[in-house]
Design a protein around this ligand. Structure first.
Ligand code: ADE
Length: 435
């Protein structure tokens, strides 16, 4: 097996079961993973419990999800619980190379490196060579590959899968509506302990972290335009507001726009925002949010980035077509100069700024999202072991599972909360009581 582009440049380490940037980075990666472990108590509790019973023994899991120190904790928890694990990154710019090397050194079948534009699907194919029983996705590229190129295997062998992100869940629902979903998939994204924390606080902090690492600009006093005021966009707006930026929201959904106004932000169209924004961040899941006519009216020095899953939210070919020159100013920061001399700065090629330029969401929030990933795969494995099957559809995370994750997290944070008395429980269910 070869990776033509990288091999020609002699820029990678390849073993029987892996292809990573540089295997000698494994020790550095191991320290990062240990750092994440120390902040992911729910995952470590699951690892301690299931490494004794090994519920995944005899099962293979393939994942396609950002290779970060937090993901490594999930991968190694599956391994400790008996699974054989294969992995690839789900974005060309989100792999942490030392972490990828550490996973390879620990026997994980991993095919991932930062900057993997050309061999993205080659890596996914390699993780499918072993024909895994379970798939774990972030953005649906793995499930799409299995459903389009491995149809018999998808229909007759795969037990089930999970999906991590909003964009992926939308795609899965569209696939189901079209009658083209071939195995059951849990929508991990839709769990309360995922989107209320990871999407809001994780995206909020890590997006600002990425913008700051890529530019080092002062956020205070800047007009910060957030396109999309859903869970992710609201997190970005909250944190940028906290840093002293003036927040401008653009939206297509009326309730999300009202919500933005009630938070004290300005709401306007992108046509208007383009004229006054200093920093733009898209978080919509929709393509062409910032396009030619917006670039044409932007101020000199405008900074443009994206924190949605795909790099389609900023129309980069249109930006390039308007530019008379382009140069790299610093890592993840490219300057496009327009014919009239205005300069527009595009961060991280329009890809997820929080992972491309920073380290993704902090471990503390990924702890809950990945606990739901682990437990959803456990439910799939247990059903299979019992000789039963889930319906072939996009499934919600069971409320009890979500509550278990939340309670375990609270316990780890050493917090106790009240519980209702029997009288209070009876009161809320008593439809006869009133004024
Ligand atoms: N998505 C966002 N942040 C992440 C992280 N730290 N690890 C894996 N996936 C992520």
């Amino acid at each position: 097996m070869s990776v033509p582009q990288m091999k020609a440049q002699g820029k990678f380490s390849q073993g029987e079961n892996y292809c990573v940037r540089d295997i000698s980075l494994a020790e550095e990666g191991r320290l990062l993973i240990e750092w994440a472990e120390s902040r992911m108590p729910v995952m470590m509790k699951l690892r301690a419990e299931y490494s004794k019973t090994k519920p995944f023994a005899g099962l293979k899991i393939t994942g396609c999800l950002h290779v970060t120190k937090e993901t490594a904790v999930l991968v190694e928890t599956f391994k400790a619980a008996g699974a054989e694990v294969y992995w690839s990154g789900c974005n060309p710019l989100s792999t942490n190379d030392p972490v990828s090397a550490a996973l390879a050194a620990n026997g994980i079948g991993i095919y991932a490196w930062y900057g993997n534009h050309e061999d993205f699907y080659w890596c996914i194919d390699r993780t499918l060579d072993a024909r895994p029983h379970l798939t774990l996705d972030d953005g649906c590229d793995l499930i799409n590959t299995v459903h389009e190129n491995y149809i018999d295997y998808a229909k007759n062998f795969v037990i089930g899968g999970t999906e991590e992100t909003t964009t992926g869940v939308h795609r899965l629902r569209a696939r189901q509506a079209d009658g083209k979903l071939y195995y059951p998939v849990f929508a991990v994204n839709d769990a309360e302990t995922k989107w209320d924390f990871d999407n809001v606080y994780g995206t909020g902090q890590s997006t600002l972290d990425g913008i700051i690492r890529a530019t080092s600009v002062l956020l205070a006093g800047k007009n910060f335009v957030v396109a999309g005021h859903g869970h992710c966009g609201s997190g970005v707006a909250k944190r940028a507001s906290g840093m002293g930026s003036n927040i401008i929201i653009t939206e297509v959904k009326a309730t999300a726009a009202i919500n933005g106004t009630l938070e004290g932000y300005e709401v306007m169209t992108m046509d208007e925002a383009a004229k006054v924004g200093d920093i733009f961040c898209t978080a919509t899941g929709v393509k062409d949010i910032i396009r030619k006519r917006h670039f044409e009216s932007m101020r000199d020095g405008a900074i443009v980035c994206n924190t949605g899953h795909y790099d389609a939210e900023i129309n980069i070919p249109e930006l390039a077509s308007l530019a008379v020159s382009k140069r790299t100013i610093r890592p993840n920061c490219e300057e496009y100069t327009m014919a009239d001399g205005r300069r527009i700065y595009l961060l991280a090629e329009g890809r997820l700024i929080n992972l491309a330029a920073a380290e993704g969401h902090p471990s503390e929030v990924m702890d809950m999202s990945f606990a739901n990933q682990f437990l959803s795969h456990l439910a799939l494995a247990n059903k299979h072991t019992a000789g039963e099957k889930f319906p072939i559809e996009v499934m919600e995370i069971p409320v009890a599972q979500d509550e278990f994750v939340a309670k375990t997290k609270l316990e780890a944070m050493k917090m106790t909360i009240d519980s209702m008395t029997a009288e209070q429980l009876a009161y809320i269910e008593d439809y006869n009581s009133g004024t």
